[in-house]
Design a binder for this molecule. Structure first.
Ligand code: BEZ
Length: 345
């Protein structure tokens, strides 16, 4: 009797432990799956993916994420869906990368600026005044050297699926219409803590402050900084026009994010599912490229309407900074050298 009771208790213990382990396993891998049957009668798992990024919901990258979700749904006959976590809801870019590595997020739009601190070849993307247009920059992402740079993010469980570009970078000044590096000397400008971006500004005599995006508005308002490196989209979506008067549309650098996923999770998808994910992403990338190019004039007008002076600075003014950048970074790696020599306009 005693033995029967012991075996019974042991059975309960083992079952409970197995249930707990299964629950933990599910927590680790957040892609939820339920078996469904489609209109053609074939049965496949329904999948809900998680995607995180840092921008507000009216920014181009969030709208591209929504487009990706719509494409996934249509192309998978309703079996794939996407949950989007915008505005750093899941933490900083460093936190997001860690969650992609562990598999608790499926996709992240991670800035090449952030990645340039982990994988130095991404610095190539920040050659100042390197591209004539966003289209040229997308072509660089599709090139062999662009893909090799993408692959340099891999190795810790990450896989790069492509580039999604934002608008090109502009310079915002709180209360000075700076027209040249001479005018910028000594200004404290917020510049993303990315080595190549900070080097460019340092060579123009600026003191760069590496503030994260959510801290920038207050820093500008309180005079901690005199301006910032930004894009037009984020200037509008973060309402920086409320606290700064001048925007120089320099378009001096492009602003790629890298679409990262977890390599094991991606490889566990069937070939057909992988194709749906890749094609849906490509559709979102193409949509973003066309949409952003068409919005440029509208963004300038919106900033003017909100009281900013919108003006241009001739690229010639930055000739010295361009040369310093190219000389330093071409030395740093053969991939950066190849990228700059192939694409500099
Ligand atoms: C920024 O940190 O400057 C930024 C990040 C994402 C989109 C746009 C701007």
């Amino acid at each position: 009797m005693f033995l029967r009771k012991k075996i019974f208790s042991l059975g309960i213990f083992i079952t409970a432990t197995m249930l707990m382990l299964a629950a933990c396993g599910n927590n680790n891998s957040q892609t939820s799956g339920t078996a469904t049957t489609d209109s053609k009668g074939s049965s496949e798992e329904a999948k809900t993916f998680k995607l995180a990024h840092i921008t507000p919901t009216d920014h181009l990258w969030h709208r591209a994420a929504e487009k990706f979700g719509e494409e996934l749904k249509t192309r998978s006959d309703g079996k794939m869906s996407l949950e989007i976590y915008p505005s750093s809801q899941l933490g900083t870019e460093a936190d997001m990368v860690q969650q992609i590595e562990s598999g608790s997020i499926d996709f992240g739009f991670i800035t090449a600026a952030y990645l340039s601190s982990r994988a130095p070849d991404f610095a190539a993307w920040f050659m100042p005044y390197g591209f004539k247009s966003l289209e040229d920059a997308y072509a660089a992402g599709d090139s062999d050297v662009g893909k090799k740079i993408l692959a340099s993010a891999e190795g810790t469980g990450l896989k790069g699926l492509g580039y999604l570009l934002g608008g090109q970078r502009v310079m915002i000044f709180k209360d000075k219409e700076a027209m040249s590096p001479d005018d910028m000397k000594g200004l404290k400008l917020r510049v993303t803590p990315s080595p190549p971006m900070q080097d460019f500004y340092k060579s123009a005599g600026v003191s760069p402050e590496g503030l994260p995006l959510p801290d920038v508005y207050a820093a500008l308002q309180t005079g901690v900084i005199d301006g910032m490196d930004m894009d037009l989209d984020a200037t509008i979506t973060n309402k920086f026009y409320e606290v700064a008067k001048y925007v120089a549309v320099t378009n001096h650098m492009v602003w790629p994010s890298v679409i990262l996923t977890n390599d094991k999770k991606f490889n566990s998808l069937s070939a057909e599912e992988q194709t749906i994910v890749n094609d849906s992403l490509q559709a979102a990338i193409d949509w973003a490229s066309t949409t952003r190019t068409a919005e440029e004039e509208q963004f300038r007008a919106e900033l003017e309407k909100n009281g900013m002076k919108v003006y241009e600075i001739s690229p010639d003014k930055f000739e010295q900074q361009i040369n310093e950048f190219d000389n330093k970074y071409k030395e740093q790696s053969p991939l950066i050298k190849e990228f700059i020599e192939t694409f500099r306009k």
